[in-house]
Every structure is written in C-alpha cells, then in structure tokens.
Design a protein around this ligand. Structure first.
Ligand SMILES: CC(C)(COP(=O)(O)OP(=O)(O)OC[C@H]1O[C@@H](n2cnc3c(N)ncnc32)[C@H](O)[C@@H]1OP(=O)(O)O)[C@@H](O)C(=O)NCCC(=O)NCCS
Length: 276
C-alpha cells in the first residue's frame, strides 16, 4: 500500500538510534547502498555511525511507503549544495524529503511539491550558547535570548538553532545562506526574511515560510520548515518509529508487523503542536 500524502501535509517520523540492537542494525544495513555503507564505516564514533545508518534506513523506508519503490532501489541525486532529492523514479513526482541525525535522535520528513527542511539537536548544557549566538545569530535573535534565565536561554538557543537549520535545509543551500540574513521568533515560531535575502527567490519572503518546533523527547528539539504561507493551513503529523517497526520495513522477518506506524489508524500521530 502506498502512503497517501496531500499537498498540505507534512509527515515527520522520528527515531531513537540509542535503543537499537545489533539485529536491527543488520536489517537497516540491508536497505543501504554501497556508498552509504562505506560512509557509515568512516565515522570515528560508533554512535555517529549508528545515527547515520538509522537515518538513512528510516528515509529509505519512508520513501518506500510513499512511492512503492523498494527501499534498497531508491536512488538520489544531490543539488549543487548537497541536498538529496529523489532521482526520478516513476510515481514519485513532487515528493520531497529531508533527513536529520544527531546522537540519540534522527528524523525524516516528507511533503509534496514544497521545499522542506528538518533538523534535530540535543539540548546540550556544555555549550557556551551566549558566545555561539553572538557569532552566528542575527542581532534580534541575540537580543531575544537576553534576560532569559540560564536554562530557558539554553532551550531557546537550541530552538532558534534548529529552526534556522531547518530553514536553510528547506531552501537547500546550507551554509551558503547568510545566517544573519533571516531571523527566528519563537512565540509562536516564525521566520522573518531580512534585507540581505530580500529578492532572493530561493530564500523567499517572510510570508512564504511555515515552521514548527516540537520536543519529541526530553532534552531534544526538532524543527520543520516548509515553503507554505502560514495561512495555508498545513497539517503537520509527527510520529515515532520503533526499531522493530523499522526493521520490519527493511525486510527483517523478526520485526514488528504493521508497516509504517502512521498508517496504523492514526493513533500514533501527534497533532500540530502549535495548533496552527
Ligand atoms: C548540510 C547541512 C545542511 C547539514 O546540517 P547538519 O545539522 O550538520 O546535519 P543534519 O543531520 O541536520 O542533516 C544532514 C542531512 O541533510 C541532508 N542535506 C545535505 N545537504 C543538504 C542541503 N544543502 N540542504 C538540505 N539538506 C541537506 C542530507 O540528507 C544529510 O544527510 P547525510 O549527511 O547523512 O547525507 C549543514 O552542513 C548546513 O549547512 N547547515 C546549515 C547552516 C548552519 O550551520 N546553521 C547553524 C544554525 S544557526
């Protein structure tokens, strides 16, 4: 069964790589291609390799469900800035996706005919967020952190960070977008495009972007950015994928039955966390 995805829907699955067992990883490895397996082998830390494998297996299985193309046969092509897109299989027209991985959490989002970016981060207390914000955030973002108590400032810093990353990933230009060319406001989350980027068709204008922020589990933030007017009424659905479910989608006979969790009657679907 191919997953149906409306033009105004964004589906995001998140996954915890720290709870996978070796048998799951073996199943995930079955759907990766040679280049992905080689890259997984080059990480210095096993946790990073595990997150990478989980993210890529998750992405392939989500795309398998959305296209009907077997996960291991899905092909990608990168844009000039390295953003992967589906490489023209039949029936995939307009399907867009984006992956993000960090230690402890990975995610994959999909949508149709809209630019999409996702980002996950662990809210680390070991980072000097004031210094980093001064170096990479827009002045109004730095100002918005001032006056917050330490814990709230740290949380707000990472919320802004993932929303900025999700936007640059949706645009598809990564670091070539000036990070002070746009700013994030948190309450409610939104993006404001500044003078530096005005007139840049990729960057779009303030009313072309819709963003969401969620906390999939304690200590982590997840952001999604999509090219859609905030009034378009986009429906965001966030859902956790378990290791057994993902292994089953990868063809592991011991995995949990039932396919993509979001297809199972919707009980796992979290509504848009911000009600918009
Ligand atoms: C390429 C880039 C977008 C990846 O971001 P990251 O946080 O390091 O990594 P993530 O795990 O979130 O995303 C990685 C995935 O994004 C996808 N990706 C790669 N290039 C991309 C691009 N230009 N646009 C969108 N997605 C991209 C790939 O699927 C990649 O997976 P892979 O590395 O396993 O192949 C990043 O290098 C970048 O330019 N980030 C934005 C600028 C920034 O540093 N912002 C700081 C916050 S204020």
């Amino acid at each position: 069964m191919v997953l149906s995805l409306g033009h105004d829907e964004i589906l995001v699955w998140f996954f915890r790589p720290d709870i996978v067992e070796d048998r799951h990883l073996a199943a995930f490895g079955q759907v990766l291609d040679d280049a992905e397996r080689a890259r997984a082998g080059r990480f210095h830390f096993p946790e990073d390799s595990r997150s990478y494998c989980c993210a890529h297996a998750l992405g392939r299985c989500v795309l398998q469900a959305a296209t009907g193309v077997p996960a291991r046969d899905i092909r990608f092509r990168d844009n000039a800035h390295g953003k992967p897109e589906l490489d023209g299989e039949p029936g995939v027209s307009g399907l867009r996706f984006n992956l993000s991985h960090t230690r402890g959490l990975v995610c994959c989002g999909i949508t149709r005919n809209r630019d999409l970016g996702v980002d996950v981060e662990c809210v680390s207390r070991d980072v000097d967020v004031d210094d980093l914000a001064r170096r990479v955030f827009a002045p109004e973002e730095v100002a918005s952190l001032q006056g917050l108590a330490e814990e709230a400032r740290c949380e707000a810093f990472y919320s802004i960070w993932v929303l900025k990353e999700a936007y640059t990933k949706a645009v598809g230009r990564g670091l070539s977008i000036p990070l002070d060319g746009f700013s994030i406001r948190l309450d409610p989350p939104c993006i404001e495009i500044g003078a530096l980027l005005r007139g840049d068709p990729d960057a779009g204008s303030t009313d072309e972007w819709d963003v969401r922020l969620m906390h999939p589990m304690p200590g982590y933030v997840l952001a999604a950015a999509v090219r859609a007017a905030p009034g378009d009424g986009m429906l965001y659905r966030f859902c956790e994928m378990t290791p057994d479910a993902l292994a089953s989608l990868c063809g592991d006979p011991d995995g949990e039955e039932g396919g993509l969790p979001i297809l199972d009657g919707g009980q796992d679907i979290l509504p848009n966390m911000h009600g918009g």
